[in-house]
Design a protein around this ligand. Structure first.
Ligand code: HEC
Length: 250
């Protein structure tokens, strides 16, 4: 019994140590897509794309997204080509065997900001900026998490050592290697929307939710059809069940 109590105390002590640096639960926000039948707001996603390109793309890739899929957000082919043309990509080797750069086009995938992992780490104090294509899906409560994280930079409490990182209570361990990327007025939205910090972050998260789940709306629509089908079948089966048994009884 005595041993058991000692083990229990030790155990809860270790747990407490961890919980001192545990990440805060993300704040819940009501996005256009949060409700069961909600959709990705395309205007918002377009603004989010602008924030991504102008701020995040210098460090983060989006390697699972092809420029051409941006048509789903309401751009036409010419617009997609001019979005892609903002990025430089390796061309095929020329006749001398050199690899020159060309502008990215419609059919390319988002160009990576760094040549390789080591270059990415060297540029970021040893930390690696992860690819953001699937980030919203990869983290628990991803949309709210990324939103809270981008809004969650603060001064560390006194005595808290952040080393070379930055204090962020939503990050596991409360220290993140990424400097605060957004402050508000970081971009000038082409549709005239005021670029407050909240607005930029909400639009960006809408865009990153689309990159993680481009088929969200189709899936939800399919789900509703299935439920409707099951409902109709249930009613039909119930009616035929009543009918069969009423005949047998009489
Ligand atoms: C100066 C380079 C830089 C810029 C610009 C930048 N990031 Fe990061 N980001 C990083 C680094 C480095 C990490 C890794 C942090 C770590 O592991 O502590 C990171 C990590 C992240 C993470 C993952 C956090 C986690 O849970 O692991 C997200 C999400 C993120 N960044 C989003 C963004 C968004 C959105 C933008 C644009 C608004 C952006 N970043 C701009 C460097 C950058």
């Amino acid at each position: 019994m005595k041993n058991f109590i000692i083990i229990f105390l030790l155990f809860s002590y270790t747990l407490n140590l961890f919980s001192a640096e545990e990440a805060l639960k993300p704040e819940q926000y009501n996005f256009s897509f949060s409700k069961p039948l909600g959709k990705i707001n395309k205007n918002s996603a377009q603004r989010g794309l602008q924030v991504f390109i102008e701020v995040c793309a210098s460090c983060h890739g989006l390697k699972h997204v092809a420029y051409r899929s941006l048509e789903e957000l309401g751009y036409n082919k010419d617009q997609v080509n001019s979005i892609a043309a903002q990025f430089q990509i390796d061309d095929l080797p020329n006749e001398e065997g050199e690899i020159l750069k060309r502008k990215a086009i419609y059919s390319d995938y988002f160009v990576e900001p760094y040549k390789n992992l080591n270059e990415a780490k060297t540029a970021n104090n040893g930390a690696y900026p992860p690819d953001l294509s699937l980030m919203v899906k990869a983290r628990k409560d991803g949309a709210n998490y990324v939103r809270s994280l981008l809004l969650g930079y603060n001064e560390p409490p006194s005595g808290f050592d952040v080393g070379e990182g930055y204090y962020n209570k939503y990050m596991a361990g409360n220290v993140i290697a990424m400097p605060q990327p957004l402050y508000g007025d970081d971009v000038e939205f082409s549709d005239g929307t005021k670029a407050t910090l909240e607005q930029e972050v909400n639009d960006l998260v809408t865009f990153l939710t689309w990159t993680s789940m481009p088929d969200l709306e189709n899936r939800r629509a399919a789900g509703i059809k299935v439920i409707f089908f099951l409902l109709v079948m249930t009613i039909l089966f119930y009616i035929s069940y009543r009918k069969i048994w009423s005949e047998l009884k009489t």
